[in-house]
Design a protein around this ligand. Structure first.
Ligand code: PLP
Length: 462
């Protein structure tokens, strides 16, 4: 053991909790997971936790899937790694074809990376490159419009297009100044009394239009939105017609329309692509979590015809590459995941079980004095907690209600994992917990999730 090793051993002897991992909560180690099977995680102390969140809406087939394991091993036996810019591989080709086919040819090419953040960074770069390669280049287009409270990742580019105040705060001076944000679509809080959905959507559309005018329409590369807000707002489905109308504004001004489906794409909402339910097709789309179900990190930028054709006729090269792009083992795993979703009819199950989950949650805790809103689609449901149900006044952020609920759920007496939403950190929305179980949950699982949720919520809020 070298000097550092001795240092660690000494620290570990003094304090069993000592960890060399730089955890998000630097002073506190989260529960250690020893194994996972089906929809359960087992901690190193033997506690069994029902994974009602799939981690961060990732493990959509649950844990320990034999078919995916075999696909991974088969690929490891073939070739574990090769550098995609120099070569291509069958797993990468097959997965990209599968994704394009799933859009009925409405999208054209797929750039495979290792995370949602990387997919969003690639989307920003290809959007800029598109305008530089048009037959008449539009070099003034350098700006991106996102939405307040949205989350698109934690790297500097993705943090710049998102607008999570707390996550941005200390980095603000080094974020891109070429980004701005309009209001999200958040009917529970923002639709005014007496305002129809059409009027509310028209107001949001007008706000985007004004933002284009303020920035100068010829300076905007793209508008980016999550098809359905994930951790930031807590699974808020878009109002009917909202995304279509927002795309129309972009198209009118020649800007691109990007949908971030990192969290809600690849089946989570009951259709493979969440935009299929919105009568809209993005110019660029990003996916990640449900694509590989967490077996190997993977994400993808899906490129529509307009951008793909322009690059093909232009330089013929995307000015971007990454060492692990199109990683063969990740692609083989993700392809198998997608086959399982199709063969086991898991989209249908997601839609049916999602409806049941939403209905039961509303029945069991909808009337609770601190439950402001229960919303979602497919197996993606958010519960927003408020101090006052009538005024919708949120709890003070320092009470950290969603964190308390999350931590209580992990206790042995409950054994359930939720995602605590992050939006309350901005002080505008209430505390949210997100429920996003695996696509293969049964009716009994759903009943158990609701029962445990009710117990945890009443345990914290009475
Ligand atoms: N976009 C959305 C909507 C997300 O929910 C996330 C992660 O939670 C990201 C992007 C970033 O993805 P990743 O953590 O895989 O980089």
């Amino acid at each position: 053991i070298g000097a550092n090793g001795v240092h660690h051993v000494e620290k570990a002897q003094k304090n069993e909790q000592y960890s060399s991992v730089l955890h998000q909560q630097v002073k506190q180690q989260p529960p250690k997971i020893a194994s996972g099977k089906g929809n359960y995680l087992l901690s190193s102390t033997g506690a069994s936790i029902f994974d009602a969140s799939c981690g961060a809406a990732v493990a959509c087939l649950g844990h320990g899937n034999e078919r995916v394991k075999d696909a991974i091993v088969r690929q490891l036996d073939q070739v574990a790694y090769c550098y995609l810019p120099f070569f291509t591989t069958e797993p990468a080709e097959r997965l990209a074809r599968e994704i394009v086919d799933s859009t009925d040819g409405r999208m054209e090419k797929v750039f495979i990376v290792s995370s949602g953040t990387e997919a969003n960074e690639a989307a920003m770069k290809i959007a800029r490159q598109y305008f530089t390669e048009l037959p008449e280049p539009q070099l003034t287009r350098t700006k991106f419009i996102g939405r307040k409270q949205s989350y698109h990742g934690n790297t500097l580019g993705s943090l710049s297009i998102g607008y999570h105040k707390a996550r941005r705060a200390i980095y603000e001076p080094i974020l891109s100044q070429n980004t701005s944000q309009v209001s999200p679509c958040y009917p529970y809080r923002d639709q005014k009394d007496g305002e129809t959905t059409e009027q509310y959507v028209a107001r949001l559309v007008e706000e985007l239009e004004l933002e284009f005018q303020k920035l100068g329409p010829e300076t905007v590369c793209a508008f980016i939105a999550e098809t359905m807000s994930g951790t930031s707002l807590g699974f808020v489905p878009p109002a009917p017609g909202y995304l279509k109308a927002m795309k129309e504004v972009c198209s009118r001004h020649g800007a691109l329309f990007i949908l971030d489906e990192v969290m809600v794409g690849m089946g989570r909402t009951g259709t493979l692509h969440a935009w299929e339910q919105e009568d809209v097709v993005p110019d660029l789309q990003t996916v990640a979590k449900g694509l590989g179900a967490g077996f190997i990190p993977i994400g993808a930028l899906i490129v529509g015809k307009k951008v793909a054709d322009t690059l093909f006729k232009g330089s013929g090269a995307f000015v971007h590459s990454q060492t692990y792009q199109g990683h063969p083992v990740a692609c083989a795993a993700a392809y198998e995941v997608q086959q399982i979703i199709k063969e086991e009819k898991l989209l249908e199950n997601t839609a049916a079980m999602g409806e049941k989950l939403g209905k039961l949650l509303k029945e069991r805790i909808g009337d609770h004095k601190n439950v402001g809103d229960i919303r979602g689609r497919g197996l993606a449901w958010g519960i927003e907690f408020v101090e006052d149900k009538v005024s919708k006044k949120p709890f003070p952020p320092e009470k950290k209600i969603s964190t308390l609920i999350h931590l209580a759920g992990l206790q042995a007496e409950h054994g359930i994992s939720f995602i605590p939403g992050s939006g309350s950190a901005d002080g505008r929305s209430g505390d949210v917990i997100l429920i996003s179980p695996a696509y293969n949950v049964t009716a009994e699982d759903v009943e158990m999730i609701v029962e445990k949720t009710e117990k945890v919520v009443r345990g914290i809020l009475g």
